[in-house]
Structure formats: structure tokens, C-alpha cells
Design a protein around this ligand. Sequence first.
Ligand SMILES: C[S@@+](CC[C@H](N)C(=O)[O-])C[C@H]1O[C@@H](n2cnc3c(N)ncnc32)[C@H](O)[C@@H]1O
Length: 260
Amino acid sequence: MNQRANRVRLPCQDPTLEIEVTDDGSRTLINKATGDSYHSSSGAISETRQVYLRNSGVQERLSSGQATRVLEIGLGTGMGMFLTVDHAIKHGTPLDYVALEYHWLSADVVRELAPESWVDNTAVVADYIRWRSSVPESQLPCGQLPNSESAEPKLTSEFRWHAGEHQVVQIQLVDALRWRHEGESFDAIYFDPFAPDTNAELWQTPMLAVMYKLLNMDGRFVTYCVKREVRDRLKAVGFDVRKIRGPEGGKREVLVATRH
Ligand SMILES: C[S@@+](CC[C@H](N)C(=O)[O-])C[C@H]1O[C@@H](n2cnc3c(N)ncnc32)[C@H](O)[C@@H]1O
């Protein structure tokens, strides 16, 4: 049953977005024009912890001190990034976090989501907000993305945030379909674009085949979407695909695809 109508919605600094208070009390964003939500309304933080941190094996790797490289498709609010960085710092584990995004949210919008309530180490969030605020909007290619070839070389599209002594976040402002990924490899992929109805191309075989190639052996691709056609495409490109139980009160099943 869709209970979304009963959830609290708040205005956002960005007039194209609205804030939603999800069922676990954490906030997410809704695109007003398309209705796309950045997280599950049943609980943004519950979803992020389970579907991305736990199911990917990243939480376990970081807890046991294994240096880890994560690729996130769709940085969005930064919730997945903050939780991962927070965990890495807590355990003193090296982390390389690469996030692709073509609509980088401003520090003001992120601040409105109360991100300090997502993490143990609130100084990390404060540092990100400071760092994001220091990036001049004039440097960003966002206005021209996703389809402008000509604007990109003149503008900076890669930003590095040194979140901790051994934890680096690289934000690539790029259409994920056009990202130059030569030489890259990851232990886990948080695949979190909007749903296939909105972000259709990202869920097609060519993109999923790239995701497969980018993973190290036994690396995991995790996502919230368990649609039959997506699972079939993932299997076709070589993944071992499993549906597993979703977060408490949220989606019944979510997806883990492993490269063996
Ligand atoms: C569901 S939200 C991601 C939520 C995010 N993981 C978080 O923790 O807040 C999807 C994000 O993917 C981004 N996106 C959609 N299509 C994209 C594309 N082709 N290239 C880069 N980013 C894209 C959107 O701008 C949006 O921020």
C-alpha cells in the first residue's frame, strides 16, 4: 500500500525538489516534476544501511580493516557516501570512494536534510559541507550536463574530498553513461540511479556490462531494483544474481549481483 500521501513534505531551497521525512525519521528528496524519490519512503537510512553498506559487503570489509574501493552511481544526497566514510573512519580503514553524479546538490540543500543525524562522526559531515560550499558554482559543468560535449573540457568535472587521513572521495560530475573508466576497478558498486522508468539507459545491458567489468573478483553490485528484465540482463553479462530480503518495513526484496 502506498502511504506516501501521509508523509510529511517540506519545502526545499532548490525549488525543483521537495524534502520528505521517511518512515525511519531520516529525510530524503523528491523531484517535484517527475515524482522520483532519492530513497525509499519507508526509510532512507534503513535502505542505505542495508541495501548498500551491508549487502555490498563494504561494511564487513571496512570493519575488518580491508582497504576498499567503492563506486556509486548517483551520489544524490550523499547519504551512501557519508555512511560509508563514517564507517571507514571509525575503523581506520583506507577507503577510495568514487561517486558519479550529474546534478551535484549544493551544500545548502544537503544541510536541509540534517545529514549530521546519519553518522556517528558529525565532524565529517561538517567538513563536507564546508568543502562543498567552497566549490564555486562557476566551476561546475552541471548546467550543461548531461548531453553537452563541448562544455566539459573547459570546466572541472572531478572533485576530491579528503574525508579522513586514509579516506578519499572522488566526485565525478559526469553522465554515468559517458564516464571514462579506463584502469578503474572496484570491490563494490552501489548502483543507485532513479528507477528504470526514469533512468532507462542506465539499466540496459551495455551499462550493466561495464559495471561487471569494473568489479574485482567476488565484488558485488547492489541495488534496490529486482525487476525481472534487470536481473536477466545482469545474468546475461555474467553476474551471479540473488534477490534477498529488503530492509524492515521497506521493499520485500532487493538485489545482490556478484562477479565470480
Ligand atoms: C536515487 S538518487 C541517488 C541517491 C543517493 N545514492 C543517495 O544516497 O542520496 C539518483 C541520483 O542519480 C543521479 N543520476 C541519474 N542519472 C544519472 C546519470 N546518467 N549520470 C549521473 N548521475 C545520474 C541523479 O541526479 C540522482 O542524484
